[in-house]
Design a protein around this ligand. Structure first.
Ligand code: GLC
Ligand code: GLC
Length: 811
């Protein structure tokens, strides 16, 4: 069953039934001010950091689901309702939510009144703007009582949820004209406040939650709205909110707009006050003035649309697969931008207080957006590298507000350093900006410790070289990419986290074939980079280590039919036919086949065939098989999950593309495409009831074949799945791959595809690439013409910027 449909023309997903199987959300803002918004108006806002600067309150894990948001209540004399159905849940005559590129509209129709709310964060603005359009489609005059609603969070989202003995006494607000200000803690150490305004005179307001709702009423039945009369309450402690009350009279056929601005302000300590205890409102008023008419709002939305036109025009495709086109051209790229902004911090599965920016996650995310915003990718790389240690090790995460390494999550994930090479080389290949390598970058943010970024790549590479185990394979440390394969922690205590508890390194033989493959793939990238910048000695030195690693993998990492996953603390095999459970894993087979290890000897084909036979299922490729059915203390968190979920034999969509790319190394485009389609959200739209989460973005996990309900997805939006699937489809299946000296054209497609087109902007030039596949090949380019002239090889060299080139490719 479907709950809506795609509108590709407008780049929107249109939800027509508000009772989606899970809230289907969107993100507003892509710079400093952000909001999450569900299809019924649920969600919250924050400034930069979802933990430390939470602006509005949201209730995770509540009953009912999705409680708290940016709500409008309408009392039209006959009914009390909301344009988004929730929170009132009054049946609407019609409902439609359109999630677009960083904006959402929610429209409800009831008793002949149309109410449409537009929500977005304008570019370069620390505020969410909401335009509520009310239209009377009847022949009678309508008198509407409109109540807006947001609930303030007391800034720190964590203490906001626990420290009630303090929180219930600190809340402070100010009310001036139509603007409701939230200034809790402003008089002490905070130099910021928030506000909620409307561009019309108000006939009342509420700022105290209990006065607005009545102590025992839910979001669906605020006492003031039911009675049609605000209380004009002023919050002192307890729970401050902001609710405007506006009376709107509409003649037959008439429509009116109200513009609301939900904003955030920072003042310097000298400019905090207007007078004693009265906050300086200058900046708030300036922002409010920028959006005080519907025309100004529409103009700002048009600007946002143009911004997205430009972002999405860098790479676009036309194939015979409509569902593929809409993912590559619109939604997958959009999701990549969202992961750039949020890493893994705030979604409907990530509470915004648990995690900061991940070292490995952010580097991988980068390949999904670097072509759209190379300047911001550059800045991100430097931020990430600045948290690295001098020995190449890394903090696993850092906080976006401070950009400092996060001590609570710690370090010792031995795959982390290699991802910096991936992120940096991806950036240089896209932009051609080698100057980033000379950028001075500190270790652990310590002033005076700066070395070149290139040196950071060297210590990253050497971190693996310096941490090899007895089989010549990389020691895994706390964990490799698989956070839950904790081979050194032996935890017996349910009160400790697998991620931060003891990490026994003394005498450990825990080695990772995933890191081994990763090292070969990005080690080669490092070598290529060294050669490109003329550092031949370093290239040679690095190459020797890579050759040794390849040998070690062939010697100690091959199980006969596939690549082993690891050696455990004691030196026993993990992911081997010898094991009773967890005989085969996806990660090592992905990385070692991507690295083409044993390609000639048939190891790549064999490993991929084993993956097909043992890990593949209807909904995607599971992580391991057979699933673990009991807790193995020597493996850690992985075996804590019930079979079929998450890292224990779930379909972890992040790593499925590794197998797709592995298949392209082997030249099997049919299999790569088949795997791609299985987990691609637009292809699962018609099973939304089972799949549950948004059909326009990837989820981190789909329950695997051993699960209670295979095919059910969780953890949508913030996942490396977005970047990796984008990378696999664009660079390895469609095969348009940036490199230092040009664009490689190397498709590996389904033999049924007869043609496809790609428009790619690269280093200032535009390439219209038409690929023809008359003989049903899967891989291999036979000729390339640029503007009618045949070229040698399959790399389009760098051509003059500003121009457009016609590229004809025959496979
Ligand atoms: C999550 C983490 C990522 C990790 C993966 C597998 O997606 O964000 O860092 O690699 O899980 O455990
Ligand atoms: C990753 C995994 C998750 C695990 C977490 C630990 O995000 O996906 O299963 O619980 O790491 O921090």
């Amino acid at each position: 069953m479907q709950y809506g449909h795609f509108d590709d023309e407008r780049r929107e997903y249109v939800i027509t039934n508000p009772r989606t199987p899970w809230p289907w959300i969107n993100y507003l803002g892509n710079e400093d001010f952000f909001s999450l918004i569900s299809n019924t108006g649920g969600g919250y806002s924050f400034y930069k950091d979802a933990k430390f600067r939470r602006i509005t309150r949201y209730r995770y894990n509540n009953v009912p689901m999705d409680s708290g948001g940016k709500y409008f209540y309408i009392n039209d004399g006959e009914s009390v309702w909301s344009p988004g159905w929730k929170p009132c849940k009054t049946e609407l005559d019609s409902y439609e939510c359109r999630h677009g590129m960083n904006y959402t509209t929610i429209k409800g129709v009831k008793n002949g009144i149309e109410a449409e709310a537009l929500y977005f964060v304008p570019l370069k603005t620390w505020a969410e703007v909401q335009k509520l359009t009310l239209r009377n489609t009847t022949n009678e005059v309508k008198m509407l009582k409109i109540f807006s609603f947001v609930e303030w969070a007391l800034w720190n989202a964590a203490t906001d949820m626990e420290n009630f003995q303090r929180n219930f006494s600190t809340g402070e607000v100010e009310i001036e004209d139509s603007v409701l200000y939230h200034k809790t803690e402003y008089k002490e150490r905070r130099d910021h406040y928030a506000y909620y305004s409307v561009n019309a005179p108000i006939q009342g307001f509420d700022t105290d939650r209990e006065s607005f709702f009545g102590l025992y009423n839910g979001f669906d039945e605020p006492q003031t709205v039911l009675e049609g009369a605000p209380r004009n309450s002023e919050a002192h402690g307890w729970s401050p909110i902001a609710s405007h009350y506006v009376e709107v009279n509409l003649q037959p056929g008439e429509s009116k707009d109200l513009v609301f601005v939900l904003g955030y302000v920072e003042n310097s300590p000298e400019e905090k006050w207007e007078s004693k205890n009265i906050i300086n409102k200058t900046k708030a008023k300036a922002t409010i003035a920028r959006f005080d008419t519907a025309e100004k709002v529409d103009a700002a939305l048009a600007e946002l649309r143009t911004y997205w036109d430009n972002l999405l025009n860098v790479f676009s495709i036309k194939t015979n697969e409509e569902k593929l086109d809409r993912m590559v051209n619109i939604w997958n790229q959009y999701q990549c931008m969202i992961t750039f902004c949020f890493s893994r911090s705030a979604s409907f599965f990530e509470s915004g207080i648990g995690r900061g920016m991940g070292f490995r996650d952010s580097n991988q995310d980068l390949v999904g957006f670097v072509h759209q915003i190379p300047e911001r990718a550059r800045e991100r790389i430097i931020d990430i590298a600045s948290t690295q240690f001098a020995d190449g090790g890394c903090y696993h995460q850092y906080q976006p507000l401070t950009k400092k390494g996060n001590n609570e999550i710690g370090q010792g994930f031995n795959d982390d350093p290699m991802w910096l090479i991936f992120g940096t080389t991806a950036y240089i290949k896209e932009s051609g900006d080698f100057s980033i390598l000379d950028e001075p970058v500190p270790f652990d943010n310590q002033d005076g410790s700066e070395v070149s970024l290139f040196r950071h790549l060297t210590v990253s590479f050497d971190h693996v070289v310096n941490n090899l185990g007895p089989h010549g394979l990389p020691l895994s440390g706390r964990a490799d990419w698989n956070d839950c394969l904790n081979l050194n922690c032996f935890s017996n205590d349910p009160n400790e986290s697998f991620q931060t508890t003891e990490n026994k390194s003394e005498g450990s033989q825990a080695q990772s074939l995933m890191i081994a493959g990763l090292f070969v793939v990005y080690g080669r990238d490092y070598v290529e980079l060294c050669k490109t910048i003329g550092n031949v000695a370093e290239a040679d030195r690095a190459q020797k280590h890579i050759d040794d690693m390849v040998e070690a993998i062939k010697l100690n990492g091959w199980d006969g039919e596939w690549f082993l996953r690891a050696y455990d603390y004691f030196g026993n095999k993990v992911g081997s036919n010898e094991n009773e459970e967890g005989k085969i894993f996806i990660e090592s087979n992905g990385w070692c086949t991507m690295a083409g290890i044993g390609l000639e000897e048939g190891m790549v084909a064999k490993a991929l065939d084993a993956v097909k036979e043992r890990l593949d299922c209807e909904h995607g490729i599971v992580l391991n098989n057979p699933a673990y059915t009991k807790y193995y203390i020597e493996y850690g968190e992985i075996s804590s999950y019930p079979p079929g979920y998450k890292e224990n034999a779930g379909i972890f969509c992040h790593n499925n593309p590794w197998i797709m790319i592995g298949e392209t190394v082997q030249g099997r485009g049919d299999r790569a495409w088949d795997y791609f389609r299985k987990i691609c959200p637009s292809y699962t739209e018609n099973i939304s009831d089972l799949h549950k989460v948004e059909p326009y973005v990837y989820a981190q996990m789909i329950a695997g074949k051993d699960a209670f309900r295979p095919g059910e997805a969780k953890n949508s939006w913030l996942t490396g799945t977005a970047a990796w699937n984008y990378y696999a489809i664009t660079q390895y299946i469609l095969g348009i791959r940036p490199t230092y000296s040009g664009l490689i054209i190397d498709p590996c497609i389904s033999p049924e595809w007869k043609e496809f087109e790609v428009t790619r902007k690269f280093r200032g030039a535009t390439y219209h690439i038409k690929v023809k596949n008359p003989n049903g090949a899967m891989k291999g380019v036979t000729s390339i013409k640029i503007n009618g002239k045949i070229i040698e090889g399959n790399i389009i060299p760098l051509l003059a910027a500003g121009d457009t080139y016609a590229v004809e490719v025959v496979m």
